[in-house]
Design a protein around this ligand. Sequence first.
Ligand SMILES: [Zn+2]
Length: 76
Amino acid sequence: MAGFLTAVLTHASDCDRPGDTPGPACFRCRRRDDRRVDTGLTEEDVVWRCLACGTERQISNWQGTRWNLSQGRPSN
Ligand SMILES: [Zn+2]
């Protein structure tokens, strides 16, 4: 679960990734083939949605975490 959330955060906040990069696999539907989630950013939250199982969540208070890539990668 923690790994999934960090993958969602990095996917949503990484402005440098190609636009067609698939999202992380939904943690709730391991047995399905097409379970990549859509991620997005609002002003304050990261949101993700799984089309396969309909799960939709938002993640608040993430901007201080080290997974926030919206300011660019430190190594670049
Ligand atoms: Zn799902």
